[in-house]
Design a protein around this ligand. Structure first.
Ligand code: NAI
Ligand code: 15L
Length: 265
């Protein structure tokens, strides 16, 4: 593998993936709107606002693949989401088309389906039920990816990441947790599999409590190695049990579903 672009490289997952992907490619081109000053061997950095098309085209030039983690990662103002996620998502795909990049990992989110009940088990046929404008923006990103696959053959892994952090820290995350190692292995797998297509996958580790079924994507050969079970006792001890009628327990998206609507002033 030669030259791979990592957007959102200064963020939480970008930083974790930098560590996990050391030595995996000849060059990892890091990019973010926030500067990164300390580079490891095999890394370069380009500051870029995803909302600026000309900059994104220059950024993508000469890359063989893209891991697109950049953008707004929580609920926020429509202006910010529009710039980072709507414009940013479109810019990445249009730049990829112009620069003949053929494979992209798109960091989608469980908040695209966050209004499904926790009683449901979702698969690739389950409808999008976004729990926030942020979740809506991930639906836009997935549709852009599908369009660029059907029209131009650009392949994508649309990873609806659950909660990716070193360990699960609350009861919800016993279902949604994705270890950094499992995410890194999935990213690596995406770039070696012969046929990827435009495939959505729920990004969760091998958790005993799961709301998601990835069997449609078995052909990719990703087998998560970690499990939230290892942390269950600690989580149950530290995260108080909510009243059973607390609305936050109804929805997979948790507080994203029950929070008020973000109103632009
Ligand atoms: P983060 O907020 O820590 O990192 C996102 C990065 O994108 C930041 O460094 C930020 O500076 C950069 N960014 C924002 N707007 C930008 C713009 N206009 N131009 C260029 N860069 C911009 O988020 P995190 O947790 O690292 O998530 C990475 C990706 O994974 C995001 O797309 C997020 O939506 C997605 N995701 C993350 C989950 C998690 O558990 N951490 C769960 C589900 C999805
Ligand atoms: C996300 O999409 C967010 O980016 C992250 O900050 C977490 O809130 C995560 O989902 C989650 O649902 O735990």
């Amino acid at each position: 593998m030669k030259r791979i672009l990592l957007t959102g490289a200064a963020g939480t997952l970008g930083s974790a993936m930098r560590k996990a992907l050391v030595g995996w490619v000849d060059e990892l081109v890091l990019s973010d709107i926030v500067p990164i000053t300390e580079l490891n061997k095999g890394e370069s950095f380009v500051k870029c606002d995803l909302g600026d098309f000309a900059s994104v085209v220059a950024l993508v030039k000469g890359c063989d693949g893209i891991i697109h983690l950049g953008g707004v990662s929580v609920e926020g103002s429509f202006e910010n989401i529009m710039n980072g996620n709507l414009k940013g998502g479109y810019h990445i795909y249009e730049a990829a088309r112009q620069q003949s990049v053929k494979r992209i990992v798109f960091a989608s989110s469980n908040h695209l389906t966050g209004f499904h009940s926790r009683e449901e088990r979702l698969d690739d046929k389950s409808p999008m039920r976004p729990d926030s404008l942020y979740g809506v923006s991930k639906g836009f990103g997935e549709l852009v990816a599908q369009y660029y696959f059907d029209k131009f053959g650009i392949e994508s892994a649309l990873i609806r990441i659950g909660s990716c952090l070193p360990k699960p820290v609350n009861r919800r995350m016993l279902a949604t947790w994705l270890s950094e190692r499992d995410l890194a292995n999935l990213i690596k797998r995406v770039f070696v599999v012969n046929r990827l297509g435009c495939t959505m996958m729920y990004g969760a580790s091998n958790n005993p409590w799961s709301w998601w079924d990835n069997s449609h994507a078995n052909f990719i050969g990703w087998q998560p190695q970690d499990s939230s079970a290892e942390f269950e006792e600690e989580v149950l001890r530290n995260d108080p049990l909510l009243r059973s009628d607390d609305p936050v327990l109804l929805y997979q998206g948790g507080v994203f579903a029950t929070a008020g609507h973000f109103e632009d002033k």
